[in-house]
Design a protein around this ligand. Structure first.
Ligand code: HEC
Ligand code: HEC
Ligand code: HEC
Ligand code: HEC
Ligand code: HEC
Ligand code: HEC
Ligand code: HEC
Ligand code: HEC
Length: 328
């Protein structure tokens, strides 16, 4: 009996605290965490609103990127937005009757190997993963947060426990097979602790689980391309989707010259072979790879090769390379 009373008292305290937290004054930003570092372009913004708030705006680095007028009485507001490389100062303004009643700010750093300026994370920013034990409790009244057998090879996207919060991740022109099927758990470990859904590192080992043909083709090669050799396939490929074929983070030519700025002219191609001339590296159809544009990948393999200069198709001399397209 005594035990029951104590439990009841404890339970009441819990309920009272929950209600108090559930009705913040104005607004409270649940995610993203302040001074967090992320490596993906999309960030979910999740805020708690008090009942008097009737509109909100989201401002990223002084640009108003969203205005919502349908928020009254909802308690929570969730919206995925895109980030720019580097620091993103996100300000949320809460309105009542056309007047700002509260503003809150978080700063998120989007790091990328493809940004010369923002390759290194400043020390004040850290990874602050969301998916830790219990983090999803506050969400479960509206979102299905339990992973169940239907999440392994779901029949349709909506069956995946990831869909309701991450649906924007596949909204691009080219989508990678397993992500297109919302088979998210083929790469994200549902049993990992304390952070859920981590992926195997280096990426190479994860990718090669399914891409056995590439593993067999590239492993015996004498030379591996710098970034591929580090095993970080996701420097160049988004594992989910992008607006470029092969889910590349940039179109091939732009991708290569991000790191090889000095090769942007294409002049190196013919140095020593055709005096005084330069060679096109883009803007023409590729004569041997039908349907593709000429690009750095027409002559170089981005992964591995038996020539030091990483010539495509295992041509080991520049001479044989030229003949590939310019038959004598
Ligand atoms: C009161 C109900 C409610 C609660 C609680 C709630 N959400 Fe949501 N959430 C929604 C609704 C409704 C949508 C769909 C909005 C839409 O489609 O425009 C949504 C959508 C989302 C999205 C996708 C947004 C987009 O633009 O694609 C994310 C991410 C999200 N919620 C995260 C969370 C997280 C994290 C929590 C817990 C901390 C949470 N939500 C709690 C109601 C809720
Ligand atoms: C209730 C909404 C919700 C659901 C359901 C959800 N996520 Fe998330 N996820 C988020 C939010 C919010 C973030 C944090 C983004 C930020 O603020 O940095 C996140 C971040 C992540 C991250 C980055 C690391 C981290 O923990 O922050 C991964 C990976 C991830 N989610 C995978 C998944 C997978 C896989 C599933 C399905 C099994 C899933 N998520 C389901 C809301 C959700
Ligand atoms: C669970 C299995 C699986 C894993 C793991 C996987 N892939 Fe894939 N991948 C596929 C399937 C299936 C296809 C073919 C369907 C398609 O084109 O989307 C594919 C196709 C591709 C293609 C296009 C190939 C072509 O010739 O068109 C690229 C590029 C790619 N994956 C990159 C990656 C990278 C990078 C990784 C590691 C981050 C990876 N994949 C991990 C299953 C997987
Ligand atoms: C082919 C493997 C693969 C599949 C399939 C996959 N992911 Fe990922 N995902 C990754 C890798 C690798 C990362 C980068 C993790 C890191 O390095 O921290 C990642 C990162 C993420 C992140 C962090 C933000 C970002 O974009 O980097 C989220 C969120 C996420 N995945 C959600 C999902 C969801 C939802 C699905 C299902 C539609 C999914 N993933 C399917 C491999 C995969
Ligand atoms: C330096 C950037 C870069 C890195 C790093 C990289 N790739 Fe690629 N990958 C590309 C480009 C560019 C293409 C498209 C080439 C073309 O146009 O034919 C491609 C094509 C592919 C393809 C499809 C065509 C093929 O060759 O089979 C697969 C699969 C693939 N990559 C997987 C991987 C895996 C796995 C890794 C990590 C071991 C990786 N990539 C690392 C740039 C990269
Ligand atoms: C993330 C940065 C990065 C990207 C993107 C990148 N590379 Fe590289 N590349 C490197 C590094 C690092 C090396 C190794 C340099 C060294 O060892 O001196 C390298 C070396 C090379 C080499 C010469 C090999 C040698 O030993 O001299 C070639 C050729 C090359 N890359 C072509 C490409 C092509 C083609 C692309 C686009 C598909 C590309 N790279 C994209 C970083 C990059
Ligand atoms: C038409 C074929 C062709 C195209 C297209 C091409 N290259 Fe090359 N590349 C070559 C040849 C041949 C060499 C070796 C001769 C030389 O260094 O002058 C070379 C050398 C290189 C090297 C130095 C490798 C070494 O051995 O030190 C790098 C790095 C490189 N290319 C990057 C690129 C990038 C980035 C692009 C796209 C902007 C590109 N290449 C486009 C043919 C090509
Ligand atoms: C992947 C195919 C490919 C390879 C390999 C290749 N070329 Fe070309 N080359 C082209 C294309 C496409 C053009 C442009 C033709 C046009 O515009 O009509 C071109 C044009 C040229 C031109 C005329 C210059 C100009 O500005 O139009 C010369 C000279 C040339 N190539 C020499 C070489 C030499 C030398 C090599 C070997 C180092 C080589 N090419 C390798 C595809 C290639």
């Amino acid at each position: 009996m005594k035990k029951a009373i104590i439990s009841f008292v404890l339970f009441s305290i819990l309920v009272i605290t929950a209600v108090a937290v559930g009705n913040p004054d104005g607004l409270f930003i649940v995610r993203p965490a302040d001074y967090s570092m992320v490596e993906g372009e999309l960030i979910p913004i999740v805020i708690k609103l008090s009942n008097n708030v009737d509109a909100i705006t989201i401002v990223r680095n002084n640009d108003e990127i969203f205005k919502g007028t349908d928020v009254k009485g909802k308690g929570y507001f969730c919206k995925t937005v895109k980030l720019n490389f580097g620091p993103n100062e996100i300000i949320i303004n809460a309105f009542e009757g056309g007047r700002v009643i509260e503003s809150k700010k978080v700063t998120v750093f989007y790091r990328s190997d493809l940004s010369r300026e923002y390759r290194i994370t400043p020390p004040e920013f850290q990874k602050k993963p969301f998916h830790k034990e219990d983090s999803e409790k506050a969400c479960s009244s509206c979102h299905d947060t339990n992973v169940s057998p239907k999440d392994i090879k779901p029949q349709k996207p909506g069956d995946s426990a990831c869909y309701s919060c991450h649906k924007k991740i596949t909204e691009y022109g080219y989508v990678h097979g397993p992500a297109a099927r919302w088979d998210c758990l083929s790469c994200h470990d549902k049993n990992s602790k304390p952070v859920k859904y981590v992926t195997q590192k280096p990426d190479r080992d994860l990718c090669f689980v399914c891409h056995k043909a590439q593993k067999e083709e590239w492993t015996p090669k004498k030379y591996w391309h710098g970034p591929t050799a580090t095993g970080k396939c996701t420097i160049c490929h988004n594992p989910h989707a992008s607006d470029n074929p092969f889910w590349l983070r940039k179109p091939t030519w732009n991708l290569c010259v991000t790191c090889h700025e000095d090769r942007a002219s294409g002049r190196h191609v013919v140095a020593g072979f055709v005096f005084g001339s330069s060679h096109p590296t883009k803007g023409r159809p590729d004569p041997i790879r039908h349907g593709k544009e000429l690009s750095c990948a027409s002559c170089h393999n981005p992964h591995a090769s038996n020539s030091r200069s990483l010539f495509a198709n295992d041509l080991i001399s520049p001479g044989s390379l030229c003949q590939m397209c310019h038959k004598k």
